[in-house]
Write a protein that binds this ligand. Sequence first.
Ligand code: C2O
Ligand code: CU
Ligand code: CU
Length: 468
Amino acid sequence: MNADRRTLLKLTAGLLLSPLARGQAPFPEPPVLKSRDGLLQVRLKVAPTPLSLVGREARLWTYGGSFPGPTLRVRPGDAVRLELENLLPESTNLHWHGLPISPKVDDPFLEIPSKETWSYAFTVPQDLAGTFWYHPHLHGRVAPQLFAGLAGAIVVESPVDGIPELREAEEHLLVLKDLELASGRPATHTPMDWINGKEGNLLLVNGASRPTLRATKATLRLRLLNASNARFYRLQLEGHPLYLIASDGGFLEEPYEVPELLLAPGERAEVLVRFQKEGAFRLLALPYDRGVHMMGGMEHMGHGGMSMGTSPSGPQTLLTLVAPPRPKPLPLPKALAKLPALNPNQARVTRRITFTEDMMAGKFFINGQAFDHLRVDFQGRAGDLEVWEVDNQGDMDHPFHLHTHPFQVLSVNGKPLPYRALKDVVNLKAKEVVRLLVPLRNLPGKTVFHCHIVEHEDRGMMGVLEVG
Ligand code: C2O
Ligand code: CU
Ligand code: CU
């Protein structure tokens, strides 16, 4: 055996015995930037950053030096002033995903050139609560920039957080984001990635692989964010149901028990976990088929033929939750929020949106057209209630996302949802039709809607809504 091989064996053995390899990395959470006296003032550098990831040196692109970026914690009515200093070798911008704020501030058409700084200033809307996020939105470059590491969470606190059943729960943020490294850097997109959306072989929770969270309380409140380019997470907790308490845009009216939960790219959910017994329970990502396209073989797969799509052979462990001794969970909250019952008969406009794909050309369309920032696809009027009928005529899942104007889902394939919720992303499986109720806010300007598989967005699956 030569020396090189011996070293390699020693290294491998070391890795096998390290706590990391045994799935016992401690549970990390991104740094938190909190508003003080009604103001959150931040200067955030967006820059290539060397850091240590899953025990290795890696060079990602980060906000503020951390992966994921810092969590911004604010309250309704707070003023936010964020200066974004672009130290990337290319242009970027920042999108406040899910916040109903002016599209003149949250401007998807803005371009911040390399070496320049841009100031974002807005007030957090009243009556807002929940888990939101920020990420780049420069058309054509969203996918590479998001995959390189650029994403962070926004938490809007609200009086509802103060009810005892929530206040006394142990709260954690889980940013689900996959990654693939090639020579210590985020792997670049292959032609196939631009069709299916890029997935990585590392399934990270707050930047860690299979961390362990040792709970000190018997009730956990988990804020879940799917900040991945294209990976779907079909989440299940061993031995426990999940109690959904909030969706993308804030609280449900009451907790809704689910055996598992699907999170499409861009979606958020808040769940309560109520430990009934001692032990260690894995949070699993179950196999999910989102209809990825194989294009006649393996030759397009690149990177040594890593597993494609979100459906590897079996469940994958994302995280291990350890219950405290003799757990006695809190009672479930009875009432959370009150959501308006919108009446579709009062809608002034019904819009139709169809998703189609041209796999061979690697292009994605809405109503037969690729995105054009100079074209206005829909004109709306502030204050109007609209019905949007979204029809996925393609062969893969496409998560529909609308900026600025959170909506309620009226039906999926004609079936109503079992609960009321404010959403900004809704997934459509192949051939599915969803009907949405969209109350247009008094936030005039040009905003966008698109598929949140960001490769599809970059390749044309986006349209413009102008509200006057
Ligand atoms: Cu998170 Cu336009 O998207
Ligand atoms: Cu968005
Ligand atoms: Cu899509």
